[in-house]
Unconditional design. Sequence first.
Length: 170
Amino acid sequence: MIITTYARDFLLKFPRRYESSGLAGEAFTSLGVAVPSRLYFTESEERPLDGVRIAIKDMYHLDGIRTSVCNRAYHDLYPPQTETAACVRILISLGAIIVGKTHLSSFAWREEPTECVEYPAPFNPRGDGYQSPAGSSSGSGAAIASYEWLDFTLGSDSRSPSLVSISANG
């Protein structure tokens, strides 16, 4: 990937620290997302993703936010992160707006909904309540299939969970 001079300078000069809005609660059991309006953003050559709304898998760090890897003990053991993951910082430098984090299977290992212990499994919007959201990127797949206001989600690909989640969630 080629990083523009603008993106590199942004990453070095303007680190962002995040904080939870509290709208979704502490245990991800209630729904609520503050969605920024696109009226305030203008795409440019330097910021081609300006105003694009992205949700990231809860294994990527955001400065000021705890990472849970969908495990309550891990969430409680480690303090809020002190830096943002490099791949996320690049998206932000290009104008992307991070609207939140998505669920995953615990420690990015495959879990079926009946096996989820720490947090409820993501709901498969295309499965009529019977089809598994599947894979460690299940939250990313379910989010992009569910919310038309969401432009992209950031998952991961190890042992093809992204492909499984994409195919299961439509």
